[in-house]
Design a protein around this ligand. Structure first.
Ligand SMILES: Cc1cc2nc3c(=O)[nH]c(=O)nc-3n(C[C@H](O)[C@H](O)[C@H](O)COP(=O)(O)O)c2cc1C
Length: 429
C-alpha cells in the first residue's frame, strides 16, 4: 500500500476514535486523540516529503506512473519539464481532469470465479491488446533523442495503438512520419493540428499508409503560465533562439514570442503571447472539407459537448476523442470524464468515442470504459516514461496501466471489456 494511503487510513482511524464513546470507557478524552492526530500530521508531512523525494533508478522499481514523472523532472530542462507537465492558465482544467475521477466509484463483485481477463478491444475492425493508446505529443525530441521513433518501438513491442503528432514533427523533420512507420513496423495514426491541417498535409499523411487521421481542434494556444513564469524569472535554457544547446532543435521551428525576464505577468504579458486560437477560426464547413479530402477514417479530437458530438456524426466523422489537450489549452475547469456522458448521448451509439486527459491508473481507464468509451489515451505518462528510461520507460508505463486495469476488471467481475457496464460504477453527488 502506498505510504500516503497508509497515513490517510491512520488519520481516518484517529478521527473515528476521537468521536467514539470507547474513549470514555478506557478513561481517555478526545483531546488525547486530537494531540495524537497533530503529532501524526507533523510526522506525515515529513514521511510524505521523504516519499516524494524517492527517484527510482530502474523501471523495475516503479509503483505507479507518477514515479516516472519524478524521474522526468530530474532529467529534463526546467523549460521542457514545465511545458509538458503544467496545464494552461491557472491549471484549473488540469486539476479538473484528475478530480473528475473521484465523482465515480467502482462497484466490486466477489466470488466471480474469473481467472482470466481479456482487455482487448476492436477499433475500426482491428483488434488491439488493450484499450489504452498513446496520444499525440508534439516535438518529442525535446523529451528524448528521436523521441517519436523510440515511442514507436515501445508501441510495437507492446502492440499498442500510437497516434503520432503529425504537424509538429513534419515542421522539424520532413521524413518524420516515415521513420516512425519503419520503427512501428506498420502505418500509424497521425494527428493534424487545427488550421495547420491543409490539403498538402492530408495528402502527405495519407501517402504514409495512415489508416486514421486524427484532427485536433482544441488547440487554442493555451496560456502556459508555468513555463512563462520560468521565462519571466530568467531561468536558464529558455532563450532557445540564442542558447547553443537549443538551436539544434529549435533553429528551424517558427520563432515564439518570448517574454523578457522581468516582464510583469499581467494580461498583456500573459495573454499577448497566445499563438493562434486555431480552433476558434475553424467551423463545421472545414470538417466537411477535410472529410471530403480523404478516405482515411477521420477522428475529431477535442469534442467535449453533446451538441458538438451530434454535429460530428452529422458531418461524417468516424469517431470523436473527448479531450481537452490534458488541460494544456483551456481554462474551462471541466474534466473530460465529466464530459464523457453527454458526448456519449450526443453520438447515440453511431460512432465510437475515445477519451484522454488525466488518465493515470487502471481504475481511471475502467471508469471511462464503464461510461461507454471504446479506448483511452495517455499523453504525459508515456512522455514521463520516455524521458526517464527511453523505450523501457514507455513500455513499463503501458504495462503498469494494463496490469492495473486487469486487476480492477477482475475485481469488478468483468472478464472482458464488453462486460464492463455502466452499473459497474456509482456516481458520487
Ligand atoms: C506537452 C504536450 C504536447 C502536446 N502536443 C500535442 C500535439 O501536438 N497534438 C495533439 O493533438 N495533442 C497534443 N497534446 C495533447 C495530447 O495528445 C493529449 O490530449 C493529452 O496529453 C492527454 O492528457 P494527459 O497528458 O493528461 O494524459 C499535447 C499535450 C502535451 C501535454
Amino acid at each position: 500500500m502506498l505510504l500516503s494511503n497508509r497515513l490517510r487510513d491512520r488519520r481516518a482511524f484517529l478521527s473515528y476514535l476521537a468521536a467514539s464513546p470507547i474513549l470514555a470507557y478506557v478513561g481517555l478524552t478526545s483531546r488525547w486523540v486530537e494531540d495524537l492526530m497533530q503529532e501524526t500530521t507533523a510526522q506525515d508531512s515529513v514521511a510524505l516529503d521523504r516519499q516524494n523525494e524517492i527517484i527510482i533508478k530502474s523501471v523495475k522499481e516503479a509503483l505507479s506512473v507518477f514515479d516516472f514523472d519524478a524521474v522526468a523532472r530530474t532529467k529534463l530542462s526546467p523549460a521542457h519539464y514545465t511545458f509538458i507537465t503544467d496545464g494552461s492558465f491557472n491549471n484549473e482544467t488540469l486539476r479538473a481532469n484528475r478530480e473528475g475521477f473521484s465523482k465515480y466509484a467502482i462497484r466490486l463483485r466477489r466470488l466471480t470465479s474469473i481467472s482470466k481477463v481479456d482487455q482487448s478491444v476492436s477499433i475500426f475492425g482491428i483488434t488491439w491488446d488493450s484499450p489504452i493508446f498513446l496520444c499525440p505529443v508534439g516535438r518529442m525530441n525535446a523529451y528524448y533523442p528521436q523521441g517519436a521513433v523510440v515511442v514507436a518501438r515501445a508501441a510495437k513491442a507492446t502492440r499498442t495503438l500510437q497516434v503520432l503528432a503529425g504537424s509538429q514533427v513534419i515542421v522539424s523533420d520532413p521524413k518524420a512520419i516515415e521513420d516512425v512507420v519503419v520503427a512501428r513496423g506498420e502505418p500509424v495514426w497521425v494527428a493534424g493540428l487545427g488550421d495547420t491541417l491543409d490539403r498538402p498535409l492530408v495528402k502527405r499523411i495519407e501517402a504514409t499508409g495512415c489508416p486514421t487521421l486524427v484532427w485536433t481542434i482544441d488547440d487554442g494556444g493555451g496560456n502556459t503560465i508555468g513555463a512563462k513564469s520560468l521565462q519571466r524569472a530568467g531561468v536558464a535554457n529558455l532563450d532557445r533562439e540564442a542558447d547553443s544547446r537549443c538551436v539544434g532543435c529549435h533553429g528551424n521551428l517558427p520563432k515564439v514570442i518570448r517574454i523578457a525576464p522581468g516582464t510583469p505577468m499581467d494580461v498583456v504579458g500573459a495573454i499577448g503571447s497566445l499563438r493562434g486560437e486555431n480552433s476558434i477560426k475553424l467551423n463545421w464547413d472545414d470538417v466537411r472539407r477535410v472529410r471530403d479530402m480523404t478516405r482515411m477514417k477521420l477522428v475529431l479530437k477535442g469534442i467535449v459537448t453533446q451538441e458538438d458530438a451530434k454535429l460530428s456524426v452529422q458531418n461524417g466523422v468516424d469517431a470523436v476523442l473527448v479531450s481537452n489537450h490534458g488541460g494544456h489549452e483551456d481554462a474551462s475547469g471541466r474534466g473530460t470524464i465529466e464530459c464523457l456522458p453527454e458526448v456519449m448521448a450526443g453520438v447515440g451509439g453511431k460512432i465510437p468515442v475515445f477519451i484522454d486527459s488525466g488518465f493515470r491508473s487502471g481504475a481511471d481507464v475502467f471508469k471511462a470504459l464503464a461510461l461507454g468509451a471504446t479506448a483511452v489515451g495517455i499523453g504525459r505518462p508515456h512522455i514521463w516514461g520516455l524521458s526517464s528510461f527511453g523505450q523501457e520507460g514507455v513500455e513499463t508505463v503501458i504495462e503498469l496501466l494494463r496490469r492495473e486495469l486487469q486487476v480492477i476488471m477482475g475485481e469488478a467481475g468483468a472478464a472482458s471489456v464488453a462486460n464492463i457496464r455502466r452499473d459497474s460504477l456509482v456516481s458520487r453527488s
